[in-house]
Design a protein around this ligand. Structure first.
Ligand code: DAH
Length: 341
């Protein structure tokens, strides 16, 4: 009996079923009422006890194996008929197609642009890999001047003169080199700095730069444009304050704060107890910069400003950590889905 069991096991293992007929034949031969497995069980009942003890287990295993194989063949057959008769099951529910949403930085960048577009600015873009002249030299950063240390630069190893732009002020230079005044442009884009990544610093971020060059442009013109911007961005009650500052490419230079308020603990934290938050650098374009770019400083003057998009987004949406902008966490991004932009 043991031999019979072994022979059947071998046969079952070697059987290949590739058609409905073969499946039927398998069932007839092995698993049907009148099949060989049942025959063996009938025989089992007639053998003496000591034989039973030896063959009981292999016999049960054989039966299990035969039925496992049967199930395998049946599933295989089902798959085959499904894919042959109904290549597409039109009754299945569709895959959900979730509409994406704009990234908060795009929303804010577009907002900034649309505010300035309303007062006549157009958009100009420039390369992210810049040469030293456009990022520093033309902007009045002398060689080895410590002002270059204000911005930790990534240099391109194989091209010593090239670097990842540290600010979008580089686009100012390109615009002035290639256009005659009047100039009224906005330059949005990504910039890079060699900083350790933390909640407050990142090795890349985004800026929007503004530049206005014409005859008789004054500091008061700049102030008015920036106040208009603050009101459009932060609401009717927005107040601005210009503090003296230093940038190599502007003379005079300032930093602009907007009034944030000092009502809650959060306000205290955000404003370091002052009620004001800094949102941009600005100033009158240094005459050296105009001359470097082929514009006569005796005829023309102008102002420039530059702001961080992440910073503005942080203020508008209370984003507590810069890293959230680039982690692609849908739980964060989905919150901006209804904010348009
Ligand atoms: N380029 C400066 C920076 O990245 C920002 C800036 C300050 C731009 C003053 C300007 C400006 O145009 O006038 O920190």
């Amino acid at each position: 009996m043991q031999e019979k069991i072994e022979a059947l096991l071998k046969e079952i293992n070697e059987t290949v079923v590739e058609s409905a007929e073969a499946l039927e034949a398998y069932q007839r031969r092995f698993t049907n009422k009148k099949g060989l497995i049942n025959d063996l069980f009938a025989e089992f009942r007639t053998v003496p006890g000591d034989v039973k003890r030896v063959v009981g287990r292999p016999l049960n295993e054989l039966k299990k194996r035969a039925y496992d194989r049967l199930q395998e063949f049946q599933q295989q057959a089902k798959r085959a008929t499904q894919s042959a008769d109904r290549p597409h099951d039109l009754t299945l529910p569709g895959d959900p197609h979730v509409a994406g949403a704009r990234h908060p930085l795009s929303i804010v960048q577009n907002k900034i642009i649309s505010v300035f577009e309303r007062i006549g600015f157009t958009v100009a873009e420039g390369p992210e890999v810049e040469d030293d002249w456009h990022n520093f030299g033309a902007l009045n950063f002398p060689d080895n001047h410590p002002a270059r240390d204000m911005q930790d630069t990534f240099f391109v190893e194989r091209e010593p003169d090239h670097l990842l732009r540290t600010h979008t002020s580089s686009v100012q230079v390109r615009v002035m080199e290639n256009n005659d005044p009047p100039i009224r442009v906005l330059s949005p884009g990504r910039v890079y700095r060699n900083e350790a990544i933390s909640a407050r610093a990142h090795c890349f971020f985004h800026q929007v730069e503004g530049l206005v060059i014409d005859k008789d442009v004054s500091f008061a013109d700049m102030k008015q444009a920036l106040q208009y911007f603050a009101i459009q961005m932060f609401g009717k009650k927005a107040k601005i304050k210009l503090r003296p500052s230093y940038f190599p490419f502007t003379e005079i230079s300032a930093e602009m704060d907007v009034w944030w308020g000092l009502e809650t603990q959060d306000d205290y934290r955000m404003t370091k107890g002052s009620g004001w938050v800094e949102i941009m650098g600005c100033g009158m374009v240094d005459p050296n910069v105009l001359a470097n770019c082929g514009i006569d400083p005796d005829v023309y003057s102008g102002y420039a400003f530059g702001m961080g998009v992440e910073r503005i987004a942080q203020l508008l949406y209370r984003v507590p950590d810069l890293r959230l902008y680039s982690q692609n966490d849908l739980r964060f991004l989905k919150q901006f889905a209804k904010m348009g932009g």
